[in-house]
Design a protein around this ligand. Structure first.
Ligand code: T46
Length: 136
């Protein structure tokens, strides 16, 4: 059974395809449940997994613009794996959620929408530190 922390994390968005190509609209308050302060892109991925951290305050939505990948979310009690792909599935990475991205397709391009600017102090990059932080 899925806990409240990990439920509703898979989001969907519209993929508008016509004979010219594909257009993907992403809007604050619709697909993104917070004010967007930063967007970053991850591409040219090899098979090396990424992430392995949680954020203290920052909330994010990870959208897969091309290809696919898997995302592990872990709230400290429960782990769940999601697949995101360019068919309109995204994942909400909430604050205080340990996350790992893996199984990237060769053409995978990720866009990540974040609720705040980059701040290394917001990262919990050690799993034991993450567990201690969420118990506070
Ligand atoms: C996350 C997942 C989904 C910056 O200078 N500015 C930025 O906005 C970001 C996001 C990163 N960086 C620097 C920090 C590192 O020196 O880029 C380097 C690679 O970052 P990192 O190893 O954290 O990359 P990922 O793919 O493991 O994690 C990233 C985000 O950093 C993280 O917030 O939640 O994607």
């Amino acid at each position: 059974m899925t806990s409240n922390l990990l439920s509703n994390k898979l989001l969907t968005y519209k993929v508008i395809r016509d004979n010219r190509g594909v257009l993907i609209p992403i809007e604050e308050g619709k697909q993104i449940p917070f004010s967007i302060k930063r967007v970053y892109f991850i591409k040219d991925l090899n098979q090396e997994p990424r992430g392995f951290h949680a954020h203290k305050k920052i909330r994010q939505v990870l959208v897969c613009l091309a290809g696919s990948c898997k995302v592990l979310l872990d709230d400290g009690n429960e782990k769940q794996n999601f697949e995101v792909s360019d068919n309109g599935t995204a994942v909400l990475i909430d604050k205080e959620i340990w996350h790992e991205m893996y199984d990237f397709s060769s053409n995978c391009i990720l866009a990540v929408f974040a609720s705040d600017l980059y701040l290394e102090g917001d990262y919990l990059r050690n799993y034991e530190e993450f567990k201690r932080y969420i118990k506070k």
